[in-house]
Design a protein around this ligand. Structure first.
Ligand code: LLP
Length: 384
């Protein structure tokens, strides 16, 4: 992505999320081309990754639907102009108010995560004289080989309906008058770079759909969730995720019937590379064993390194090519030892007032910012 110059940054407050909207558009072009012309493939954007209205506006214009996990996200999707029928609502703990918000908005599908939730949605739908389209979220017991906090498809995770209960709960869903069972939903985790997990997911789904076909139960939609990872180590060489390879896995391995739609809920791979968190160097501190670059961004602005031991490439902005290279621990100002962006990272010699860019921060960056320590929320600027 194209970073702003130090001269421009001198005129805006930091820390700041810098969004490269051209890169977002290029990513969406690549995504929609890779998804291809097969009308059965339907891509939704997982709003949780980044709900910025400026981004939603562009994403919607490429025809994507929205994947939401709260009533407020459903409202944000509606306000951004996503077609209600293309809005899906997932989450293990939907409140009564959220269910009603989504019902009244006329969303396309509730991804239901438990038997009890099914009854609650059915009750509300009947009270409102409506029918709720639903999919049952299945926990497929597949290891996504990613960080344990972003693995969702194992039996120890809180997500989805265990496969052992699926027959029974499908039977219930088919009998409910307020619900129309559309299909099955899966999501095995996030930041998945090893496509074998997706292949395994296809095989699991094929087995399940043929099992139900034999019982005379045919689903009109299959939802494989999100999870496609991005390259945090080489954002410049892979600014656009490998969408073609990703969709090919499903095209080649999933037995999709002619009358079935296949839904994807991609978050990180859509917006992840289009933003950097830009921060000013406050102090350089020589410790006894380490050299610290203390910057004005902290874990409150980007929590991924502290929460998931995630690594984001850090680059110094506008430093001369012949500047000596030094090793730094790049740390934030928050009163927590985990407020560290990188350890032992080689950077051109930094001075107070220099700027660094923490790359690949467009997904789960600004969206997860907090006001801990009563810090201000980060600002955002957009390339034009
Ligand atoms: N669908 C469902 C049901 C999900 O739970 C998620 C993400 C997605 C789709 C989108 O997944 P993606 O394509 O973005 O991988 N904060 C963490 C990631 C949490 C992901 C939560 N669920 C991080 O910064 O790595």
């Amino acid at each position: 992505m194209i970073l702003p110059t130090a001269e421009l940054l001198d005129r805006i407050p930091t820390p700041v999320y810098f969004y490269d909207l051209d890169l977002l558009e290029a990513t969406l072009k690549a995504l929609t081309e890779a998804a291809g012309t097969d009308q059965r493939f339907r891509v939704h954007y997982a709003i949780k990754a980044n709900p910025r209205p400026q981004l939603l506006d562009i994403i919607k214009s490429y025809g994507l639907g929205a994947d939401c996990v709260s009533g407020n996200e459903v409202t944000a999707a509606i306000e951004a102009g996503f077609e209600p029928g293309k809005i899906f609502f997932a989450g293990v703990g939907k409140t009564d108010e959220e269910i009603l918000t989504a019902l009244h908005a006329g969303i396309g599908c509730f991804n239901v995560e438990s038997e009890q939730e099914l009854y609650v949605i059915d009750d509300f739908a009947r009270e409102e004289m409506m029918t709720a389209n639903i999919a049952l979220r299945v926990n497929p017991e597949i290891d996504a080989h990613t960080h344990r906090y972003i693995t969702t498809g194992l039996s120890e995770n809180k997500f989805g309906i265990p496969m052992s209960q699926l027959d029974r709960i499908v039977g219930i869903a088919l009998r409910l008058k307020g619900c129309r069972l559309m299909g099955l939903h899966f999501h095995i985790g996030s930041q998945i770079r090893n496509f074998d997990s997706f292949k395994l997911l296809c095989e699991r789904i094929n087995a399940l759909t043929s099992h139900f076909d034999r019982k005379g139960i045919h689903f009109s939609s299959i939802n494989v969730g999100g999870g496609l990872g991005i390259d945090y180590d080489n954002p410049d060489s892979e600014p656009i995720p490998p969408f073609s390879d990703y969709f090919r896995i499903f095209r080649e391995n999933l037995n999709l019937a002619a009358d079935q739609t296949l839904h994807f809920e991609l978050g990180r791979s859509v917006t992840g590379q289009c933003a950097a968190l830009i921060s000013k160097v406050l102090y350089i501190k020589e410790g006894d064993t380490r050299r610290f670059a203390i910057i004005d961004a902290g874990m409150t602005d980007l929590i991924r390194p502290a929460l998931y031991q995630a690594t984001h490439t850090i680059v110094a902005i506008d430093k001369p090519a012949d500047a000596p290279v030094m090793k730094y621990d790049v740390v934030g100002p928050v009163c927590e030892s985990s407020d560290v962006f990188a350890t032992d990272v080689a950077l051109p010699e930094l001075r107070r007032g220099d700027y660094v860019a923490i790359m690949s921060a467009g997904a789960y960056g600004e969206a997860m910012a907090s006001r801990y320590n009563l810090r201000d929320l980060p600002e955002a600027v957009f390339s034009i």
